[in-house]
Write a protein that binds this ligand. Sequence first.
Ligand SMILES: [Fe+2]
Ligand SMILES: [Fe+2]
Length: 361
Amino acid sequence: MDNLKYLSTIENLCIENGKLQAIIESSTNGIIEIDGSGNLLSSNPAFYQMIDINPQDNKHKNLAEILSSPDLNKELQILILGEEELLIKGFHIFREDNNRDTMKYLEIKFSKVPVMDNFYIVGIVKDKTDIMKALNNREEYISTLLDIIHEIKVDNRDSIYHIASLVELRDLTTGKHLERVESYTKTLATEYMHAYYKRDGRLTYDFVDDMAVSSILHDIGKVGISDTILQKPDVLTYSEFESIKEHTIIAGEALKEYKGQKDFLAMGREIATYHHEKWDGTGYPTGKKGEEIPLSARIVSLCDTYDALVTKRPYKEAFTHEKAIEIIQEEKGISFDPEIVDLFLKIHNRFLKIREDYEDL
Ligand SMILES: [Fe+2]
Ligand SMILES: [Fe+2]
């Protein structure tokens, strides 16, 4: 390479380096450079702002010490010696601010950069304090709600409506779904009682009434499902669907103290846990089949499905009443109890009437 070309390459490298420095300096993410032993070689202003310390005092200090994380050096050694290219680690930083303790949560993505026979490490630091706060608030919200459910007086039916309406507020797709499911359940369960009261002594007007009220709890477990999944305006991915299935288990947990009590909360637990089971055993969460599935859940399952079919959802158009009948008939003995399907086919016009009475706005 002649001298002139050599100089121009050096000049270009300096310009590129200057641009890179400007990007690092102005980045809102913290950017740090450390050696293989975890000593801080350089860092940008964003990093010092995040950890709220003076840059001069901390140059060449060990990062494990700055972040009060004794295990960090060991983990960095594993990164350097191992085959992984990345280490992502979270750090809680506590500071005293105007006599008030404040906590920050930083996430650092460490990548190793080979230089000659050695390595040094670059870290991209993100302040995730707000995200962590939101997650903690969410957990608090869920546990408060579960506490409320546990404390409900069993004879206070109003409470059940308040709780169910909390789910409705979050699940933007529901509209008047809960009112309709309650009404379909009352209609279908009454029909079931008239048909089978002789063989099943439980079938009384009180039983039917309890079932209708508790039906509105069928999706109460959705309080534990994230808004992004619950409000996704599209078909769910496999893993999103897997997490939405957990609403049945969450509800079972929340209402477990009522197991064994013959009241509407005990029935609410049965319905919320088993309303996605199928007659042939291919449903979830337990894969129970046939009459192993509680009667209340078998009835609500058909009512819930009918309403989902005839309602427009963000990911699908509404089917007609006739199409919904056809689908439910095809699922007789597969998804649904054959006897319950036969009763539905007898009274389907009353479902259509309820659908019209509780039209979504
Ligand atoms: Fe559900
Ligand atoms: Fe539902």
